[in-house]
Design a protein around this ligand. Structure first.
Ligand SMILES: Nc1nc2c(ncn2[C@@H]2O[C@H](COP(=O)(O)OP(=O)(O)OP(=O)(O)O)[C@@H](O)[C@H]2O)c(=O)[nH]1
Ligand SMILES: [Mg+2]
Length: 485
């Protein structure tokens, strides 16, 4: 990394965290013989590893609980997959209970299990909900790990109930509006899940039934239930560093990623905005460490590491420049450098390192100073980067978890840029209202940053953003400046 002078590095907090808990470790349990319960499909959906072949792939249905599965597309997750339990297979149940026990005694957090997910196919065609072995685990496990029961293949139940409802209407010679039909069907699905799954679960474990989610990995209608599972898993996770690791590992709840960013920020560097820890560092050091932490938290599948590149940082700093206060600022941001680039169109075409270097020369090469103006810019940088990642998250999700490409990052920047005016207006209004900021409380500042992010994050139900196709090279810096964009 090029830093000026001989300053120390600002180590990203996510990297410190990673040393303690490099990966989330989950045990999945569920039927293995005949058709699977949907464990692999669920893991793929939650952790954004669509179409993945785990590294230690074995014959479907045959799993060695001691052989952890890892995935090249998402290195933050380790799965232990149990074999199914046939009646009378006492040995296998004992293997699972012993495994859980053994793992709980491991001294390092990284080696312990962090959650147990029990998958059970909804018995839409009759039959039992849980194999006897699974029942025993639900009954006999007395440890502290959060257990979640996941009822799978909700879509199959829905299809069955749909044709039943259609037939009933036909017999009664009735018709329903589409909306009314869907609502009636939803009610029936919910009620059937209660009868087929929730009631038997509560009967089995009357004193303290485990939490549950019903889901489908194939029907997009049920995508939010996958995020529900993540949110539930987070809610049940009491160890702070495991909570953060789970929020990082998952790729299905943008809200969880945003919350994790705030938690990580609160540990060190967002707090640093009004403390003295950045003093003596260059702006580039500060921006880079904020970039690394936020990008690491979102844990996107970015094999070429585009999101860590200076080109991305340069474009982000352009997003921020309209919030700089030129009259009084010690950081005229990038305006002068930008002029140089615009006056020299050749430099625009060179969208790579040359332009980046020119850009950094102005703002980024200076040293951090604790002034209201620079803090306002840094707050805008944090918010803009987070909301750009949020936008990128939905672009990636809607495309089925393809690896990050520059064109996709460009699209996210463009889309967010067109939505950023009210975001900057609220940051400006807030910071302008500060008197002297010697008295500011870091927690209050972080809370307010979190609020601005929450107010302006993508609302999934409003997600209708059209993705523009762009070239697979970084967009020109001035493209983000066109006011009409
Ligand atoms: N309709 C529907 N099919 C699903 C769903 N989830 C999984 N399946 C299908 O069910 C079958 C088993 O899914 P897997 O994810 O392989 O199940 P598994 O529990 O990992 O199975 P084993 O690894 O063999 O133990 C596959 O054919 C999946 O395509 C779902 O939500 N809906
Ligand atoms: Mg499987």
């Amino acid at each position: 990394m090029s830093t000026t002078g001989s300053e120390d590095f600002l180590v990203p907090y996510t990297e410190i965290l990673r040393q303690e808990c490099p990966r989330l470790r989950i045990l999945v349990v569920g039927k293995a013989c005949r058709s699977g319960a949907g464990k692999s499909a669920l893991i793929n959906a939650v952790f954004g590893i669509e179409g993945a072949t785990p590294v230690s792939h074995r014959t479907p249905g045959v799993h060695d609980i001691d052989k952890p599965l890892s995935f090249p597309q998402n290195d933050r997750i380790i799965i232990h997959d149990s074999q199914g339990f046939e009646p009378g297979e006492e040995g296998n149940i004992q293997t699972v209970l012993d495994f859980i026990d053994r793992r709980s005694k491991k001294p390092a957090l990284a080696d312990q299990l962090h959650a147990i997910w029990v998958c059970a196919e909804i018995p839409f065609a009759g039959g039992r909900l849980f194999e006897r072995g699974v029942e025993r685990i639900l009954l006999e496990y007395r440890g502290n790990l959060p257990i979640i029961v996941v009822f799978t293949k909700l879509d199959v139940l829905r299809v069955a109930l749909e044709s039943k409802l259609e037939k009933e209407l036909e017999q009664r010679d009735e018709e329903m509006e589409d909306d009314e039909f869907e609502a009636a069907l939803d009610t029936r699905v919910t009620s059937r899940v209660q009868d087929l799954c929730v009631k038997p679960l509560c009967d089995l474990t009357p004193s303290e039934p485990p939490k549950w989610v019903a889901t489908s990995t194939t029907d997009p209608r049920y995508k939010p239930t996958i995020a529900d599972l993540v949110n539930l898993a987070l809610e049940l996770t009491k160890i702070e560093n495991v909570w953060i690791e789970m929020a990082i590992a998952q790729r299905t709840s943008a809200q969880a990623s945003i919350d994790a960013s705030v938690r990580v920020g609160r540990k060190r560097y967002w707090r640093g905005l009004i403390s003295d820890i950045f003093l003596g560092f260059t702006m580039r050091n500060v921006l880079e460490v904020l970039q690394k932490d936020i990008v690491n938290v979102w844990n996107m599948h970015d094999p070429e590491k585009h999101l860590q590149k200076p080109e991305f940082l340069a474009l982000l700093s352009v997003l921020v420049e309209d919030i700089s206060d030129e009259a009084t600022s010690n950081y005229p941001l990038t305006e002068r450098a930008v002029k140089a680039i615009i006056d020299n169109p050749a430099a625009i075409i060179v969208a790579g390192p040359t332009a980046v270097v020119v850009l950094f020369a102005e703002w980024v090469r200076g040293t951090f100073k604790k002034t209201k103006s620079s803090i306002r810019c840094l707050i805008a940088f944090i918010v803009d980067l987070t909301l750009t990642m949020d936008t990128l998250f939905y672009l990636v999700l809607s495309r089925g978890q393809t690896p990050i490409k520059i064109a996709l990052v460009n699209s996210a920047l463009r889309i967010y840029n067109s939505r950023k005016a009210p975001v900057h207006a609220s940051i400006k209004a807030w910071v302008d209202g500060w008197g002297t900021f010697g008295h500011l409380d870091a927690d209050v500042v972080i809370k307010k940053i979190a609020c601005i992010i929450a107010d302006n994050s993508v609302k999934p139900e409003q997600w209708g953003m059209k993705e523009e196709e762009c070239d697979e090279s970084w967009m020109a810096l001035d493209a983000l400046r066109a006011r009409e964009s």
